[in-house]
Design a protein around this ligand. Structure first.
Ligand SMILES: Cc1cc2nc3c(=O)[nH]c(=O)nc-3n(C[C@H](O)[C@H](O)[C@H](O)COP(=O)(O)OP(=O)(O)OC[C@H]3O[C@@H](n4cnc5c(N)ncnc54)[C@H](O)[C@@H]3O)c2cc1C
Length: 486
């Protein structure tokens, strides 16, 4: 027996929980369920449990616009889950979330005007069927089941322990041990100071450097705190301050990349020991903001280097052996534990195969409508956040847009909406989802071939900049010839 819901959301991470709040608030009489593959909520913050796991965005913009954040700007995974737990309670979402429900396939029927989802239960062979009039994919962008590790044929020769941060063993004993963390992104920079206190020594091995920015308390905090403002006011002021700061960094990085490079290197120099080769280890080949700038709260990562608990090696791996890693330079890194902080495998729309009226949909051949829907897929929206700015700034905008679309359909008596390229746009160029020049982080580049595309003009472009989209999406007309209603 199929269970039917007016709305079905896939994923109970920050996007799915936010989407559910918006739907509950706007369409309280409609039925809604959230299907979540894992056994708890939080998505990223459920999966990542390595020591010190935390945001590198401020929570005033990473948190929802509708739920004030009261803590310090950077938050731990536990604090973020605590915040999401309050949101679930305050919005009565707990009974709507079906944990251990992995969506395996989504089929649209034009005759029935609904999606049918094939769902399996964790740890059982049971297959369930759900149907919905509107499907909202909030499955994030990477595979929660398997982190990315490059092909290293000799890794098996290493006799110590190998750990991926996405699958951190609960009781990993690293006390007094030599730990090598491979990778140089935000995860490595978060892990290293948190391992350093107990480990014998931690080495960060990187092929090439990353931009980091030591972060301190925002100067507004000591001014606002004594005023005891209502939470919502405090949140809004801080949110605007962080939005303005991100805008400024992004614009300056784009217009004056070398000045921004000099600024970022200048910010980290005072945190490092005298004579440290900043150019070799912390001056990336790419331009600032072609990848996310990793924030280092109070410079904790650099403190571990300064105090000799951690060190950085910029080199390439020749091979692994029983005792550690042989580097191309001839140096050998002895290790008891190797942590592969080498990133994610991108997984589009939770890996779900789609079909429309029996015909399989190859997403690589489709383009996106505003980065919110997909050409030819009826009654389906998805949430994809920003990479440079906080993810949730975009997910909030998407929520408003989707709710506006649903309200519009109800007012006009439409049951179905399907993005369709009008004949006037037949000459449109089909471009890749992300131009490499725009954002070239490894996980994005690796995934490029599997992604949907975008057009060369609105509304077929995928917005990546909050400064533009916060004006475009709220004002976008729904009487658009690219939206075919039935
Ligand atoms: C360690 C780490 C730190 C990060 N820090 C930041 C940060 O500071 N700022 C920022 O902007 N971004 C950050 N990110 C990016 C982060 O992924 C996003 O910010 C955000 O958490 C994505 O939320 P989401 O709900 O869309 O997806 P996710 O958090 O990935 O959650 C998706 C959920 O969907 C479920 N799901 C997927 N497929 C299926 C399926 N087929 N059936 C059922 N359920 C399914 C998953 O189990 C998961 O619970 C970070 C990422 C990592 C890994």
């Amino acid at each position: 027996m199929a269970q039917h819901f007016d709305f079905l959301i896939i994923g109970a991470g920050i996007s799915g929980i936010g989407a559910a709040c918006h739907l509950r608030q706007r369409f309280a009489d409609s039925s809604l369920a959230i299907l979540e593959a894992m056994d708890g909520f939080g998505g990223t913050w459920w999966t990542h449990r390595y020591p010190g796991a935390r945001s590198d965005s401020d929570l005033f913009t990473y948190g929802y616009g509708f739920k004030p954040w009261k803590g310090s700007a950077i938050a731990s995974a536990d604090e973020i889950r605590g915040y999401l737990s309050e949101v679930i309670d305050e919005n009565g979402l707990a009974p709507l979330i079906r944990y251990g429900h992995q969506v395996r396939a989504a089929r649209w029927s034009s005759e029935d005007q609904r999606w049918t989802l094939e769902v399996t239960r964790t740890g059982s062979d049971e297959v369930l069927t759900f149907t919905t009039s509107f499907l909202w994919i909030c499955a994030g962008y990477y595979d929660h089941g398997q982190g990315y590790t490059p092909e290293w044929p000799t890794l098996k020769d290493f006799k110590g322990q190998v750990v991926h941060p996405q699958h951190w063993p609960e009781n990993l004993d690293y006390k007094g041990k030599r730990v090598v963390v491979i990778g140089s992104g935000a995860t490595a920079a978060t892990l290293i100071p948190n391992l350093a206190d107990d480990a014998g020594h931690v080495t960060m091995l990187q092929r090439s450097p990353t931009f980091f920015l030591p972060a301190h308390e925002h100067p507004l905090v000591p001014l606002l705190k004594p005023l005891n403002l209502p939470d919502a006011w405090y949140h809004e002021i801080m949110r605007r301050a962080f939005v303005a700061r991100t805008d400024e960094i992004v614009q300056t990085a784009k217009q004056h990349p070398e000045a921004m490079r000099a600024f970022l290197l200048g910010e980290i120099r005072p945190h490092l020991p005298e004579g440290f080769d900043v150019d070799k280890h912390f001056n990336p080949r790419y331009r600032p903001w072609q990848q996310r700038i990793a924030v280092v709260p109070e410079g904790d990562f650099f403190k571990a280097i300064r105090e000799g608990q951690a060190s950085v090696v910029t080199d390439t791996i020749e091979r692994f052996d029983a005792k550690g890693i042989q580097l191309t330079s001839g140096e050998h890194l002895d290790a008891d534990i190797i942590v592969t902080a080498t990133g994610f495998n991108l997984k589009l729309f939770g890996g779900i195969p789609f079909s429309v009226d029996g015909a399989p949909v190859d997403l690589r051949e489709r383009i996106t409508y505003r980065g919110v829907m997909i050409e030819g897929l009826p009654n389906m929206a998805f949430t994809q956040g920003y990479f440079r700015a906080s993810w949730t700034l975009r997910s909030d905008l998407v929520c408003d847009w989707v709710c506006r679309l649903i309200a519009h359909m109800r007012e006009q008596g439409h049951n179905v909406v399907q993005p369709t390229v009008p004949s006037a746009d037949a000459d449109m160029q089909r471009l890749s989802w992300m131009e490499a020049d725009n954002f070239n982080a490894g996980y994005v580049v690796r995934a490029q071939a599997a992604m949907y595309g975008q057009g060369d003009r609105h509304p077929w472009k995928h917005g990546m900049e909050h400064a533009e989209e916060r004006n475009i999406l709220p004002a976008a007309s729904l009487q658009d010839e690219a939206l075919a209603y039935r």
